[in-house]
Design a protein around this ligand. Structure first.
Ligand SMILES: [Zn+2]
Length: 412
């Protein structure tokens, strides 16, 4: 067996074992704390709500563990099991060598992966979310969403893939630099057209009507020196009762979007506090920093891909006998996450630091008490567990656990 094969298997096993161990710890920790609401929440959260959050989190985590095992099986089937080599032979029968054959290989694989994921996302929606009363989707809407997403992925992905493969094959040793420029341009275009062209394919957006709330929000925006084009309400309740708020677009075309479910649950002062938190992300340039970071990482990865795609051991070690640019791209996307998974705690830490910073920005521009009561309501409505396993949380959580976040706000 090749050294690279062993290396790959070791990373895959280590990653899966870590995920299983963390998930198992998380479930055990939640179960141990299921019968008692943490004292600092005892006045706001009932034992029934606390138990519901525990059961919901347990079920989601347990299902996540099954997905981990399944994903490993799929990766092994595609690589060492000969799946990718088989797909190569299939698409070779349809197309001459070149960009079109590469696009066909990527498209067939993407279609297979989408089909494999379908039962999982069905169960997430109609199994888990439904059981806890969060799901508002009908099977017809689920089917329509799936078809629309597939059409959108094809409409955007096929031209992008063709463009990338062409650059990889035809633009010489520096292709990774050109590919990076294309990738950045693609991301910026998507970001720019998302609010007006893409998001309305899935949801209805209407201007915020409530005059009093609107006035409050506009006053807050002015106070924070933030220019936005519109305050929109999105019909999030079509799919789920989970609430949220976000910013979209960039430059002067920024929009603020509130889920109708959020507006229904929070009072005006709480909405203002949540908005102040989101404004904090913008004012402290979190979005911009994250984008710079992502662009930096993608440049490094494209360079790495440029080195790997010329090595025969990279293909042979993963049981692929027919090297090609498309195959290099696929193997890269399968292999790299197995090695970068262990960096996840750093990404999570970085994200949690931003959350704390946005919270303290909100504390300066809005009422701390309102932000706390909004957070408690959101944690309760989303049935997020108040007692996550500390290690699991440190590894994965992009947002700090509720008790830590609220304790910090109280001290602000
Ligand atoms: Zn945030």
């Amino acid at each position: 067996m090749q050294t690279f094969t062993l290396f790959f298997l070791a990373a895959l096993t280590l990653g899966a074992a870590t995920k299983l161990w963390l998930g198992w710890r998380h479930i055990a920790h939640i179960r141990r704390h299921r019968d008692r609401v943490p004292p600092e929440f005892a006045t706001d959260i009932s034992l029934a709500a606390h138990c519901k959050a525990a059961d919901y989190s347990t079920l989601k985590t347990r299902f996540g563990l099954i997905s981990v095992l399944f994903e490993c099986a799929v990766i092994l089937a595609l690589t060492l099991g000969g799946g990718l080599q088989f797909l190569h032979e299939l698409t070779s029968a349809w197309f001459e060598p070149g960009v079109m054959r590469g696009v066909a290989l990527l498209a067939v694989l993407a279609a297979i992966m989408t089909l494999i994921d379908l039962p999982f996302s069905w169960y997430r929606t109609f199994g888990i979310e439904q059981r806890f009363g969060f799901n508002k989707m009908t099977p017809a809407l689920f089917a329509a969403d799936t078809l629309k997403q597939a059409a959108l992925a094809a409409a955007l992905g096929i031209p992008l893939a063709a463009c990338m493969l062409w650059v990889m094959e035809r633009s010489g040793a520096w292709w990774w630099l050109y590919a990076w420029l294309i990738w950045m341009a693609f991301n910026l275009v998507i970001l720019a057209v998302y609010p007006t062209w893409i998001a309305p394919l899935f949801n209805k957006f209407s201007p915020l009507e409530d005059p009093q709330l609107k006035e409050r929000i506009e006053r807050m925006l002015e106070k924070c020196g933030f220019k936005a084009q519109g305050l929109m309400v999105m019909d999030g309740s079509r799919r789920s009762s989970h609430g949220n708020a976000y910013f979209t677009g960039f430059g002067k075309a920024k929009r603020i979007v509130f889920f109708d479910t959020l507006l229904a649950r929070l009072g005006p002062a709480e909405i203002e506090a949540v908005l102040a938190h989101e404004l904090g992300h913008f004012k402290l340039r979190h979005v911009f920093k994250r984008m710079l970071w992502l662009f930096g990482v993608s440049l490094a990865f494209l360079w790495l891909l440029a080195q790997l795609m010329n090595q025969s051991w990279f293909y042979a070690g993963l049981n692929v006998q027919s090297p090609s640019t498309a195959m290099a791209l696929i193997l890269f996307f399968i292999v790299v996450p197995q090695f970068t998974f262990l960096l996840q705690p750093l990404t999570s830490l970085y994200s949690r630091r931003h959350e704390f910073e946005a919270d303290s920005y909100a504390a300066q521009h809005a009422s701390v008490a309102d932000l706390i009561s909004a957070l408690v309501k959101l944690y309760k409505d989303n049935a997020s567990t108040l007692t996550p396993d500390p290690l699991h949380s440190a590894f994965y959580d992009s947002h700090p656990p509720a008790p830590l976040r609220i304790a910090r706000l109280k001290n602000a």
